[in-house]
Design a protein around this ligand. Structure first.
Ligand SMILES: [Zn+2]
Length: 419
């Protein structure tokens, strides 16, 4: 791993080297490394997974950076098309206030499924994504996509070809990027002076409040508060003008920023959220250290619950095989001995093994047909949607374990189930 992982001494936002250590998961397999079934022992690529907070700008960050090519060159996370995400995206499109013909540039555009919504609303769209396999899918569906990391050079090239963008969008990818300054140079190279940058990130406050420790994995380098994003954007002449919460990926925020000279007013939601972050004490050490303590408790509780069910002869399977499921299984010491299989709708993952835990991944129909006694809801961010959809499984006596923030068992009130 020496060649693909390095320790980052300086904070990627403010450049300081003054850290508060928060949580360490030790040497952990890369969460996206779904293995072929015949992978020899030790085939997983591993790297230290340690979280710290910068005492300068309060960025919560991993201490180690894995080479993006190793993580994203061939990426198996395909943008969700769940109702929850698609409804959220439609709202983003409606709220954007763009006119037909306006240019929307999205970095980290994945398979282009979300840009397609803007295109259907009449906008011109260009995607940028370093994962060649995903860019190929996007181009195939007619969403022009550049298969490169987003930089000033790429931004300038898009601007030369298509003109300036009324909106630059980065959804759920900003936290994956080490050189955030280079991306913001890319934004400035293509954004119209009257345009707006919209960045959606999982919200640090939600992560801390709901103990979402499993969202910590090598791809997620940064865990942002609004305050830290404001500092970062300010370094690039961008002023935060609005912020909205979104019920996706465990609780996210969409932060809107505009060039400093832009006429856009700052909406009251910005000052409100900054004040709340102050009240929560995010500028001190307390909230992070308390999160670390609760994380240790949750790891033990989830692991004990699943191991004891397995020891009683109950079958437990994973529902979903997201990257955070890899963190959860490994952090809780669970393997294929305790969790027999995981289901996942992503064809690219089916037939493979979760890294580290080596739990095999099967198609959802196959998993349901095997009728496990319990489904451990690894995709807990879709808990309501999934539990609503799987009434038949529950009515037949099946149960869900929702692991986060504290493990709880969900069964149908009317079901006659084994204890
Ligand atoms: Zn910093």
């Amino acid at each position: 791993m020496q060649e693909i992982v390095r320790r980052a001494d300086r904070c990627r936002v403010c450049g300081r080297d003054d850290w508060l250590d928060v949580v360490s998961f030790g040497e952990t397999p890369l969460a996206g490394d779904f293995l072929p079934p015949d992978a020899p022992p030790g085939a997983e690529r591993r790297a230290p997974l340690e979280v710290a907070v910068c005492r300068g700008c309060r960025l919560m960050s991993l201490r180690h950076v894995v080479d993006p090519e190793a993580l994203f060159g061939h990426y198996r996370y395909v943008s969700s098309e769940s109702d929850l995400i698609m409804n959220h995206m439609r709202r983003l499109v409606a709220d954007a206030g763009l006119d037909a013909g306006d240019l929307v540039v999205e970095f980290g555009s994945n398979t282009g499924v979300h840009l397609e919504l803007f295109r259907r609303a009449g906008m011109r769209v260009v995607g940028v994504d370093p994962a060649r396999n995903l860019a190929e899918i996007a181009n195939g569906r007619g969403v022009e996509t550049v298969a490169e990391p987003f930089t000033a050079t790429v931004g300038a090239r898009v601007a030369a070809r298509h003109g300036r963008a009324a909106m630059v969008l980065g959804r759920q990818c900003f936290a994956h990027i080490h050189d955030v300054h280079e991306v913001l140079d890319g934004v400035n190279a293509v954004l119209d002076p009257a345009g707006v940058l919209a960045v959606e990130v999982p919200y640090l406050v939600e992560l801390l409040a709901s103990d979402e420790f499993d969202t910590i994995f090598h791809e997620h380098l940064s865990y942002f508060s609004l305050g830290t994003l404001r500092t970062l954007f300010g370094m690039h002449g961008l002023r935060v003008v609005d912020v909205r919460t979104a019920p996706v990926h465990g609780g996210s925020i969409v932060v809107y920023a505009a060039p400093r000279a832009s006429a856009r007013d700052e909406r009251p939601a910005v000052a409100r959220m900054l004040a709340r972050e102050d009240e929560l004490g995010l500028s001190g050490d307390g909230p992070y250290l308390e999160f670390a303590r609760r994380t240790e408790t949750a790891r033990a509780e989830i692991g004990d619950l699943v191991r004891s069910l397995a020891a009683e002869g109950r079958t437990v399977a994973g529902y979903g095989a997201p990257a955070k499921g890899s963190t959860l299984l490994n952090a809780c010491g669970l393997t294929s001995e305790h969790v027999r299989f995981c289901t996942d709708t992503t064809a690219l993952k089916q037939g493979r093994l979760m890294p580290g835990s080596r739990v095999p991944i099967v198609a959802p129909e196959e998993g349901l047909a095997r009728r496990p006694d319990y489904f451990l809801l690894l995709a807990w961010n879709y808990a309501d949607e999934i539990i609503g959809r799987e009434r038949a499984y529950l009515e037949a006596g099946g149960r869900f374990i929702v692991p986060v923030p504290r493990p709880r068992v969900v069964s149908a009130p009317s079901a006659v189930a084994a204890p």
